[in-house]
Design a protein around this ligand. Structure first.
Ligand SMILES: Nc1ncnc2c1ncn2[C@@H]1O[C@H](COP(=O)(O)OP(=O)(O)OP(=O)(O)O)[C@@H](O)[C@H]1O
Length: 395
């Protein structure tokens, strides 16, 4: 029997078998809890998606996410043990990743970026996940540190398949996708230009941006509003890893990912053979220091609150001690910056109607693109239509 089959057998679809403990994270449509699977007394994560909060588009994303999580079978991907409906929620049971995301780990331990040895290991594991997904005809479409989860023994798993896509969706293998989705700072230029279409190489670009994110603590252009990020990504030279402290092979690997022509980017399989990844050390060496610094683990973000007298089916009450509350405020403010990038056409329209591009406000960022033709566009557009015209003129 396949691993998936085994786990389906082990984990029941009965909510009474799960005791939800504390909240360990929340996203746009879901809250994630650490939980105990009572029949085996083992720790799992349960993602509770509020179906009432989903409009049609979100429901499609929930369907896609749970479907993908159910079939993936790779050590570097978060898969669903099982999923079932509880009242107005969909519960997805999955492995518990005690450290949380690399984004949280970095924010907590090294806000200015991780060390090369740590990055090398995390990226290699992530690339293995991408290689697997791409071989299955899938594109993840949202590769970023916030979607790479870690546990306390150094396992690395890529998560969040909410916007992933299958190249076989219409029955036949499609040559490319053309939906404008993802998160602008990490988004490949061809994804922004919907008419050109894109394929799994879009993930390789996002992977290169994630490398810069892990190296500096933030992705390039993170200080700009989405529209400006889109313009700068399309018009400027790709960002580079410039810092002296990083090796030549790391810089070279990043440069290979961040080539504007997707055809010239390597596949995940080819990239795995790059000399940078030959130096990857096992987690007990590469992540030892980082994991020690993160003790106690980042999760829970909410204090442990075992509910002896409540049904396991009820979601834990949301109370928090002061430090946890402060941590939560800080996390949510930080995340707002990240979540705010989640592409939403209505958001962009609203922003576009008010945006005046101010080149003087450009912060210096050594990995950020050089001279900026976008500056020529300042005051140049105020609506999405004008924005599109600018794209047509310049790209
Ligand atoms: N298996 C897990 N183990 C531990 N923590 C997890 C797990 N899955 C998710 N988390 C935590 O919960 C947070 C939110 O989870 P997730 O990103 O899946 O929610 P989402 O609603 O899909 O988010 P988004 O807003 O990015 O779409 C993650 O950033 C992570 O910190």
């Amino acid at each position: 029997m396949s691993k998936m089959g085994e786990s389906q057998r082990i984990y029941s679809a009965n909510p009474a078998d799960y005791k939800l403990l504390e909240e360990v994270g929340n996203g746009a449509s879901a809250t994630v809890y650490r939980a105990i699977f009572l029949p085996r007394n083992n720790v799992v994560a349960v993602k509770c998606l509020d179906l009432d909060r989903c409009n049609n588009g979100n429901l499609e994303s929930v369907r896609r996410e749970t479907q993908t999580m159910a079939w993936v079978d790779h050590p570097n991907l978060v898969r669903a043990y099982c999923s079932f409906v509880v009242g107005r929620n969909l519960w997805v049971v999955m492995p518990f990743m005690s450290v949380g995301s690399c984004f949280h780990a970095m924010k907590k331990a090294h806000p200015d970026g991780l060390e090369e040895m740590e990055i090398c290991f995390i990226l290699k594991e992530t690339l293995r996940a991408l290689d697997y997904l791409h071989r299955q005809g899938h594109i993840h479409r949202d590769v970023k540190a916030g979607n790479i989860l870690l546990d306390n023994i150094g396992s690395v798993k890529l998560s969040d398949f909410g916007v992933s896509a299958c190249m076989f969706d219409s029955g036949d293998r499609q040559r490319c996708r053309n939906t404008f989705t993802g998160t602008p700072c990490w988004m490949a230029p061809e994804v922004m230009q919907a008419e050109t279409g894109y394929d799994s190489k879009a993930d390789i670009w996002s992977f290169g941006i994630t490398a810069l994110e892990l190296a500096h603590g933030h992705p390039p252009l993170s200080q700009y509003p989405p529209l400006k990020v889109l313009l700068m990504t399309l018009q400027n030279e790709p960002p580079r890893l410039g810092d002296k402290k990083f090796s030549k092979s790391f810089k070279e690997m990043v440069a290979m990912c961040l080539v504007k022509d997707p055809k010239k980017r390597p596949t995940a399989e080819k990239l795995l053979k790059h000399s940078f990844f030959k130096n990857a050390k096992p987690p007990e060496l590469s992540l030892k220091k980082l994991l020690a610094e993160l003790q106690p683990p980042l999760n829970p973000v909410k204090p442990l609150q075992v509910q002896d007298d409540e049904s396991a089916q009820q979601l834990p009450a949301k109370t928090a001690s002061l430090p946890a509350e402060q941590e939560e405020i800080s996390t949510s403010m930080y995340q707002k910056g990240i979540s705010a990038w989640n592409f939403d056409i209505e958001d962009l329209k609203a922003q576009a109607s008010t945006l005046v591009i101010d080149s003087d406000a450009d912060a210096d960022d050594d990995e950020t693109m050089q001279s900026s033709p976008v500056d020529n566009c300042r005051d140049g557009f105020t609506t999405v239509e004008q924005f599109k015209q600018v794209l047509q003129m310049n790209c």
